[in-house]
Design a protein around this ligand. Structure first.
Ligand code: KIV
Ligand code: ZN
Length: 396
């Protein structure tokens, strides 16, 4: 499916639709050690469909027979999301991508060629004129398989803006419907990346014929910030991965972009169609399959993202959740927020947890004595479990 920034709006809010393009199965898989089998890719793709991502980039069909079969299998089972295959701007890649996406209800070919001086000179050994010519040829060839063609000027983040305008104008004229701007090496900072979108959207004469997309890498820890800056300057597709999986320091984390937009509707003029309650299940599935554990303090999906240990915070949250929470844990797929009992915890959380366990103190003095014993234990133990609490009150 192809969403146009100008005519597709979310009914209730009348905001532009932001296309969520998930590349966990392609760029995410390029993370060293994250290779997935066909069956694993199908399981993840089904979860991404439940999450309601708009586009699933399922792989790079020309990379191997296994990857071709994975993209083909994902294209056969997925009904509600567009399935995309990556291709360099070379004949065999585009043909393989076209064949792999054939079974899809809605299929896309994503073709790319580098446009930065260093890539053109040192890697491709092609002149800028040759790159423009090849890009146009690749888009035209991809259009023979599908009318949904995405083009990426690789390393756009380090490319000359005038040259980018020239390439983009030419590939849109050749039939590209999505123009993806990759910050391939994660070099940009938000103000600069946002300004690049503004510049391209203003200067490319036929820019209204395509959706502009941001594809950021996290080498400086700025992938999400750069993607959001792009959205604020006209991008209407974000390319991202579950848990921010991806080459080197990873890609833009889907869960962070989606929740930033949902939580800060006052700031963004776009909305997504993501079923956010499927975020945590998706994160767990990807972590289990790839073996890449999620750090506890990772935004949205880390084990501590909705956990409170300090007494001041616990007391605040018990009185009114929004004192220390800007999102509901349930909205992203957690059962609930968590009160972790440890040495920073206060009397209110201690008493509340014991009440939940069916223990009620008859006098304030009993509560105070038990609380002193709890603090002594917490100094020795990192985390206090329910069993610890029970023995704390029954053994005395
Ligand atoms: O980072 C990158 O440049 C890519 C392209 C293939 C879009 O992943
Ligand atoms: Zn990438």
């Amino acid at each position: 499916m192809l969403f146009r920034a100008t005519n597709l709006t979310c009914e209730k809010t009348m905001k532009d639709h932001l296309v969520i393009f998930d590349t966990t199965l392609r760029d995410g898989e390029q993370s060293p050690g994250a290779s997935m089998t066909k069956e694993e890719k199908i399981r993840i793709a089904k979860q991404l469909e439940k999450l309601r991502v708009d586009v699933i980039e399922a792989g790079f069909p020309a990379a191997s027979i296994g990857d071709f079969e994975s993209v083909q299998a994902v294209a056969s089972v997925i009904k509600d999301s567009t399935v995309c295959g990556l291709a360099r701007a070379v004949e065999n890649d585009i043909r393989r991508a076209g064949e792999a996406i054939k079974p899809a209800n809605s299929g896309r070919i994503h073709t790319f060629i580098a446009t930065s001086p260093i890539h053109m000179e040192k890697k491709l050994r092609m002149s800028p004129d040759e790159v423009v010519e090849r890009a146009v040829w690749a888009v035209k060839m991809a259009r023979q398989y599908t009318d949904n063609v995405e083009f990426s000027p690789e390393d756009a983040g380090r490319s000359d803006a005038d040259f980018l305008c020239r390439v983009i104008e030419a590939v849109i004229a050749a039939g590209a419907t999505t123009i993806n701007i990759p910050d391939t090496v994660g070099y940009n900072v938000p103000e600069q990346f946002g300004a690049l979108f503004k510049d391209l959207l203003t200067r490319v004469p036929n820019s209204d014929k395509a959706i502009f997309s941001a594809h950021c890498h996290n080498d400086l820890g700025l992938a999400v910030a750069n993607s959001l800056a792009a959205v604020q300057n006209g991008a209407r597709q974000v390319e991202c991965t579950i848990n921010g999986l991806g080459e080197r320091a990873g890609n833009t984390a889907l869960e962070e972009v989606v929740m930033a937009i949902k939580t800060r509707q006052d700031v963004f003029s776009v909305d997504t169609r993501i079923n956010t309650q499927e975020i945590v299940p998706a994160s767990r599935l990807v972590a289990n399959i790839t073996g890449f554990a999620v750090q506890p303090n990772k935004a949205i999906v880390g084990a501590n993202a909705f956990a409170h240990e300090s007494g001041i915070h616990q007391d605040g949250v018990l009185k009114h959740r929004e004192t220390y929470e800007i999102m509901r844990a349930q909205d992203v797929g957690w059962n609930d927020n968590k009160m972790v009992l440890g040495k920073h915890s206060g009397r209110n959380a201690f008493k509340t947890r014991l009440l939940e366990l069916g223990v009620e103190f008859e006098t304030e003095q009993e509560l105070n004595d038990a609380f002193v014993r709890f603090k002594e234990l917490a100094d020795r133990k990192h985390e206090i479990y329910d069993e610890d609490l029970q023995s704390l009150v029954t053994d005395n």
